[in-house]
Design a protein around this ligand. Structure first.
Ligand code: AMP
Length: 173
């Protein structure tokens, strides 16, 4: 895991002064590292019957699509407002740097579908909390809430656990 951790690049003052951005692209550039991440997360779901992996725009898509392929699940995409062409449901949230809304197609998840949610970074947990709200609105059954990396000092994990779902992160800072 330390090997993977060393491939996360800190970019200070991006996208705003005071934010240390955790850049996952050096990890994605290494085929063995990307494969290891997806295998590690995917192997947790062998035999779990996960039907949909839902990824959050935009870096969450990278992980979600590879994970969906790996475990033989469908892919649902959670996007910024106005990006999805069909009918949507939406939820608003506060983020480490600003405020935003996210949306999902109303037919992306049907009632009782087993869903894994995934994003690249767990910071305050605001984005993922809103994503959980979206999946709940559609009646999805959330199996786990996963992240490539977690900024533990921001306490996002507690926020997700309070919603009643297991949280998993591969790399912790
Ligand atoms: P939050 O809602 O605070 O948990 O923020 C999570 C979302 O914002 C994720 O989609 C991340 O991609 C992004 N994000 C927040 N903080 C950072 C950070 N320090 N480095 C990289 N991405 C971040």
């Amino acid at each position: 895991m330390e090997e993977l951790k060393s491939l996360i690049r800190d970019v200070p003052d991006f996208p705003k002064p005071g934010i240390v951005f955790k850049d996952i692209t050096p990890l994605l550039h290494k085929p063995w590292a990307f494969q290891k991440v997806i295998d590690y997360i995917g192997n947790r779901y062998i035999g779990a019957g996960v039907e949909i992996v839902a990824g959050i725009e935009s870096r969450g898509f990278i992980l979600a699509s590879a994970l969906a392929y790996k475990i033989g699940a469908g892919l649902a995409i959670i996007r910024k407002p106005g990006k999805l062409p069909y009918k949507t449901v939406s939820a608003s949230y506060t983020l480490e740097y600003g405020q935003d809304t996210i949306e999902i197609h109303e037919d992306a998840i049907t009632k009782g579908t087993k869903v894994v949610l995934i994003d690249d970074v767990l910071a305050t947990g605001g984005t993922m909390s809103a994503a959980i709200d979206l999946v709940e609105k559609l009646g999805g059954n959330i199996v786990s809430v996963d992240f490539l990396l977690e900024l533990t000092f921001l306490g996002g994990r507690k926020r997700i656990l309070e919603k009643g779902y297991p949280v998993f992160s591969l790399i912790k800072f």
